[in-house]
Design a protein around this ligand. Structure first.
Ligand code: ADP
Ligand code: MG
Length: 421
């Protein structure tokens, strides 16, 4: 992971109220995108940020916005545009958490699908920050129910998605009606020529920030490991799959050949699986990804290289059949689950001689990876608790450690194998 000394939020000179909120949110150190974005945004600069999902973009703009709001003014000062109502609500919720101790800041969400009169009433309470979908904001602008004369900052979150969804003209119209003396910030997972064009048209001397795939090992992923001897990995995996009913599961192995072999073994054992590795031709690869994305096949066995581009929502489990060699790969692998604010679970099988690798990963990611004990005595494998088909992942969203060991509903993975054979 990062070898640079860890920065703390203190280094940005944030207010005590905001520091208190970050503590309450259990944000201890800034993520890379936050580290790169907070200072220029605090300085009022335009910024163009390219970063994948799950990297902590909301707080990257939320922190400087909350800090820069003039609380003596009751005009709308900041607009955040979001492609969907769900995202608008999510951003609003993060901003409300960030302002938990800044009582005079009001945040209002404006999105389609809610009666507009309710929002018009809410606007009378004079929010300083508005989070809006472009269509609904245009609606309010036409009705004159929002005044944008005092807006000095606009953030376009998921700009690429807004363009994909056809908000091009609305975005242009909104940007044109804002005061020219303002900060314009763009966040996008991809930077297409069109995004560059928007940047060139509406930004001034923007600082460009590009964060490579470096998803946080977020609290939404409960992480477990179990000691498993090499020859027992496949039976252990089969038990887990039998027991847990994952909707979409991603299994990582070390080599292409293992990906092929394991996918075949799993398929033969009644768990249809595809392999994804660097030797597949692009059309083959696309076919595999399409099947997986649509949920036609629920198991994918992949190598690290092949998994670089996997950007699928709704993966509920990542299994490190082979423990990754370094913490970067670990973070990247488990970042395939727990996305889009859903919870996920990651299991790492640790071979007898691989304890050192596990220790290194824990040391450099500071992740809580909980050992699971008990159920695999005969194989030297230990119980993996939690989750289950019933899906409760309690305690993993709130910044707490992953759930404690739980009796797996009396259904250990190895219930069949534990019988004398
Ligand atoms: P993005 O917008 O880049 O997809 P989010 O802003 O939704 O990412 O953040 C992803 C997850 O990471 C959220 O669950 C959020 O609470 C968590 N998170 C963000 N920043 C931090 C941090 N500095 N420390 C701990 N968790 C964080
Ligand atoms: Mg986001």
């Amino acid at each position: 992971m990062r070898n640079t000394p860890i920065t703390h939020f203190e280094t940005f000179g944030l207010s005590p109220e905001l520091m208190q909120a970050l503590t309450k949110m259990n944000f201890q150190t800034p993520s890379p995108v936050q580290e790169a974005t907070i200072a220029p945004m605090l300085a009022g600069r335009d910024v163009l940020v390219q970063a994948p999902t799950g990297t902590g973009k909301t707080a990257a703009f939320g922190i400087p916005i909350v800090e820069r709001v003039d609380i003596t003014s009751r005009h709308i000062q900041t607009i955040i545009l979001s492609p969907t109502r769900e995202l608008a609500l999510q951003i609003t919720s993060v901003l409300q958490q960030l302002t938990a101790f800044k009582h005079s800041i009001r945040v209002q969400a404006l999105y389609g699908g809610e009666p507009i009169y309710r929002q018009i009433n809410a606007l009378k309470r004079r929010p300083q920050i508005v989070v809006a979908t472009p269509g609904r904001l245009m609606d309010h602008m036409k009705r004159n129910t929002v005044r944008l004369k005092h807006v000095n900052c606009i953030v376009l979150d998921e700009a690429d998605r807004m363009l994909d969804m056809g908000f091009r003209d609305d975005i242009a119209a909104i940007l044109q009606q804002l005061p020219t003396e303002r900060q314009t910030v763009l966040f996008s997972a991809t930077v297409s020529p069109e995004i560059k064009n928007i940047a060139a048209t509406y930004q001034t001397e923007a600082e460009q920030i590009c964060i490579q795939q470096e998803t946080l090992t977020v609290d939404s992923v409960a992480q477990y490991y179990a000691d498993i001897r090499h020859g027992d990995k496949t039976p252990a995996l089969l038990h887990l799959l039998d027991d847990q009913n994952f909707k979409l599961c991603l299994v990582f192995v070390a080599t292409k050949i293992m990906a092929e072999n394991l996918a075949r073994e799993l398929s033969l054992a009644g768990h249809p699986a595809d392999a994804l590795h660097g030797d597949l031709e692009q059309p083959q690869r696309n076919r595999v990804m399409q099947r997986y994305r649509k949920g036609e096949i629920s198991l994918l066995v992949a190598t690290d290289v092949a998994a670089r581009g996997i950007d699928v929502d709704g993966i509920d489990a990542v299994i490190n059949y082979d423990i990754p060699g370094d913490s970067d790969s670990y973070v990247h692998r488990i970042g395939r689950t727990g996305r889009a604010d859903k919870s996920g679970v990651a299991y790492t099988f640790v071979g007898l001689k691989e304890r050192g690798k596990l220790q290194n990963i824990i040391k450099s990611t500071k992740a809580t990876i909980t050992p699971v004990t008990g159920m695999f005595g005969r194989f030297g494998v230990q119980e993996v608790p939690g989750s289950g088909g019933s899906g409760s992942r309690s305690g993993t969203q709130s910044g707490k450690k992953p759930a404690r060991r739980r009796n797996n509903g009396g259904k250990p993975w190895n219930k069949r194998r534990s019988k004398p054979q």
